[in-house]
Design a protein around this ligand. Sequence first.
Ligand SMILES: Nc1ncnc2c1ncn2[C@@H]1O[C@H](COP(=O)(O)OP(=O)(O)OP(=O)(O)O)[C@@H](O)[C@H]1O
Ligand SMILES: [Mg+2]
Length: 580
Amino acid sequence: MERIVSNHAAGIGPERDQPVLEVRGLTKSFFGNPVLQDASLTLHPGEVHGVVGENGAGKSTLMKILAGVYQRDSGTVLLRGQSVQFSHPTQAHEAGLSTVFQEFNLLPDRTVAENIYLGREPRKGLLVSRAKMNAATADLLDSLGIGFIRPTSLARSLSVAEQQIVEIAKAVSYDARIISMDEPTAALSGPEVDLLYGIVQRLAERGTGILYVSHRLREIFDLCETITVLKDGRIVDTKPAAELDDASLVRMMVGRPISAYFPDKLPAEPAAESQTAEGPAATPGEATAPTPLLELDGAGNDQLDGIGLKLMPGEIVGVAGLQGSGRTELLHAVFGAAPFNRGTMQLDGRPARPHSPRQAVRHGIALITEDRKAQGLSLNQSLLDNALGVVRAVFPGRTSTVRREVAGSFSILEVVARDLDQEVQYLSGGNQQKIVLAKWLAVSPRVVLLDEPTRGIDVGAKVAVYRLMRQLAAEGKGVLMVSSELPEVIGMSDRILVMRDGQLAGELPAGATEEEILRLATGARVPGWTPEGGHLTDPQPDGGAHPGGGQPDGDGHPSGGQPKGWPRVPEDGSTTGGTA
Ligand SMILES: Nc1ncnc2c1ncn2[C@@H]1O[C@H](COP(=O)(O)OP(=O)(O)OP(=O)(O)O)[C@@H](O)[C@H]1O
Ligand SMILES: [Mg+2]
């Protein structure tokens, strides 16, 4: 596979042979649990070095040690030949090492410029010079090809993707020789990922060494010339990307080949009727003709219009659409978070329109989103308490039963944790996401709404989530899944609903192609869409508020139409592709 960023960037010359960063024998334990063991890697100027591994492998810990957030137990770190040990991220910045963290945090009520220059504002005499600061920020953003972000905008007015891009600009602003990026694209989609590619390319050309952590293998192959695989805190190997492909890389990460990326359907379970949901469904001896679990007719609100759909027991229905097409809003409306105000909604054949998430949960609906913060994981509480959170709040009587089942559901989801009492804040990002799943499944919902269920989850765990979806369907539950990953939509759905502009643009059967979906999603206008890429984002974002509004110019667009950000699902299903 051809890489996009050249390592022989102009002007680097012989310096290229001198590593800019050497990590040797790094070891770190938390409370006696080894998280990194004898980890070593070398980074050269202008090199983009991918670091991959399953959830909990130790990638973020490694980045945090380099950044001075955590202290290593032993080992050495050499920056341009000099041994360093940082006790605070500021020290790392000053030495030329910047980090874009997995969980980013701009100050919401400060401007872009204030965030970037926080603590080192340019001054005129004693006073901060806003003019200088804004001008410097504008130059910086321009030089990275993201001049459409205004230095004076408040951070909270930016989209999540723009915030992420500002985080990256901030890291760059320290004039870093080394930038490590921990899942920089987790919040980004199509055109924004292209922007990031452009930024990485520019940095590499300037001779900056880049450590790039991602679960999206396509990005790793597009951007990186070297790949280091971490597993259980140890380096499995470091190899030139050219010597690896999806299958061999996944095997190194997971330790086994992954077969049947999208698992087959399971036979329906005989007692598929739920015994646990308290919704209006619970009438025993109901007629045998299947009643839809969920039925909408002409449903709408401020953001949605004329939605008609049925979700049958045992069905997995995928919802595809561009960003902003109303996919998430649809889930929120069904969940009562932003309820419908017209049309009809029925649950198990009876009118029901939850006006709050609590009511929705009582009706047997669960909504699982990708946003761990908004999902209210209590970071300083234990896994167990988090997993029981919704049950306790809505069905207190079931708590003790569910408590007994929690360990089982964690093992199905392959949660990597010390024990059930461990605080959630100490889990890796992907494992936190799995706790969110467990917490909602604990209420035994009949209608499961999933919004980007596998974002930030590693390849092995993705398969676990897919299996779980099949299991839910076999139990007679209905799954409505919003996903931007077309292979996931195609691989898992019995039917595919495509949204456009707040409405259903159409429905496709299982086995639809990416092209058919995109044609519906875009209303047959598919500029900027690459069939291989398959990335479902608006090719023509409207207006400057959207980060995609600043399409990278010719040379800032490194992809050259190459597929990226996406797993290619092999025909024989024998291996997995990259992940998003
Ligand atoms: N502050 C901490 N205290 C205790 N344990 C921690 C702490 N930070 C991380 N860990 C543990 O270290 C291990 C490695 O976590 P890390 O966040 O480095 O994984 P990761 O490779 O970045 O995973 P992901 O892909 O899910 O982000 C995990 O088992 C995690 O629970
Ligand atoms: Mg991590």
